[in-house]
Design a protein around this ligand. Structure first.
Ligand SMILES: Cc1ncc(COP(=O)(O)O)c(C=O)c1O
Length: 371
């Protein structure tokens, strides 16, 4: 049973993977392994570069990309900044950002206005979805890039990406997809989606730690883009040690910068191995069942579900005092989180129906905090 490898369940009902994946014995052992290697080998740089390459390949497998299309980064912010620094804003200068965006992506795109970018937002409708017509009205032949969010961190809404990508491409715009809240919960295939760029990180449903993320760059774009946010690990020959030129790698490694975060590579590999062991298709099926149980339980009690029909692993429920509700549930050892006045309940492969029963009981106990 995979659940037994997550000791937190001996004490808590943990349903907060949209914030942070639970710690497994595998990831704890991976950190021990890092310390052991450091202790025993001193400075095994070749081995650590090997871990970097293994992580790159694992990210590539996760999204059906080639390893050469992956840059290993330390956060999604770091990944989006590297991409933004490579964009030429002289011909087209409009960046379209959906209103499901996590703050960091919106903030990074707005920071590009000092380089001449015009940032235009795509608003959500009253039912917590963003209809394709909203994109149709905004993406035009001055649009350089559309920044899309796969699953919204506030309400769990999932977007149907392919039609938006087709629309953007038909108007000559590129697409960057932030899949942080989606990765590890359902299959993602960058070939099928047709996105130009994709970003994500390991600390949530990928079951790793903070301090590790990645940027996918479709191979057709790599040689045309020159990131100015760069460093020695982005060079064609990392160990050229040449301070007289910038000679970027021919692969997506050109979007990297400095020394990789070695401990986090160990953790990422252990987390990703757990997902591969469970199988993404099986995780998706399990989450459809568990999120279905959450919605049914909430509906039976008459609580207001904010999450639209197309959603990811997180279900959001309206509260009239969500911080108090999160605190009351925590007192009963039920760990969930809040954003935007909503209670966020985010299950993963380790959650079972008993967790949902405990949650629904906890909500009933605090029904005065629900609307
Ligand atoms: C959709 C999404 N994008 C980005 C981030 C944050 O990215 P980072 O802190 O790695 O820059 C989060 C974190 O919650 C997120 O949910």
């Amino acid at each position: 049973m995979l659940r037994e490898r997550f000791p937190i369940f001996q004490q808590k009902v943990y349903i907060n993977s949209c914030s942070k994946g639970a710690l497994s014995t595998d990831v704890r052992a991976a950190y021990e392994h890092y310390l052991q290697d450091w202790n025993d080998k001193g400075s095994p740089w070749d081995y650590w570069v090997g871990q970097l390459e293994a992580t790159r390949s694992a990210f590539a497998r996760l999204i059906h990309a080639e390893a050469d299309e992956i840059a290993v980064k330390t956060s999604v912010s770091d990944a989006v900044n590297a991409l933004a620094s490579s964009l030429d804003l002289s011909a087209r200068h409009k960046i379209v950002v959906d209103d499901f965006a996590f703050p960091t992506t919106g903030q990074i795109w707005h920071a590009q206005s000092s380089r001449g970018a015009e940032i235009v937002h795509v608003a959500e409708a009253d039912n917590n979805t963003i209809p394709i017509e909203h994109y149709e009205a905004i993406i035009d032949d001055n649009t350089l890039l559309v920044s899309l969010t796969h699953v919204c961190y506030r309400n769990g809404a999932r977007q149907d990406i392919k039609p938006i990508v087709d629309l953007a491409h038909s108007r000559g715009a590129l697409v960057m997809l932030d899949s942080y809240q989606a990765l590890g919960t359902f299959p993602i295939d960058v070939q099928a989606l047709g996105v130009d760029f994709l970003v994500g990180g390991t600390l949530k449903y990928l079951l790793g730690s903070s301090g590790l993320a990645f940027l996918y760059v479709n191979e057709t774009h790599i040689s045309n883009l020159y990131p100015t946010a760069t460093g020695w690990f982005a060079q064609a020959d990392i160990f050229a040690m040449d301070i007289h030129q910038y000679d970027p790698s021919l692969t997506a490694r050109r979007f990297e910068s400095g020394t990789p975060p070695n401990p986090n590579l160990y953790a990422a590999l252990a987390g990703l191995a757990l997902l591969e062991e469970a199988g993404i298709d099986a995780i998706e099926a399990h989450l459809i069942e568990i999120t279905g149980a959450i919605k049914q339980g909430a509906r039976e009690k008459g609580y207001q579900i904010v999450t639209p029909d197309l959603h990811g692993a997180m279900i959001a429920i309206k509260s009239n005092d969500v911080e108090q509700l999160v605190g009351c549930l925590a007192e009963d050892n039920i760990i969930v989180s809040s954003r935007d006045g909503n209670l966020r309940i985010s299950a993963h492969l380790y959650n079972e129906h008993a967790d949902i029963d405990a949650l629904i009981d906890g909500l009933a106990k605090n029904s005065h905090l629900l609307v």
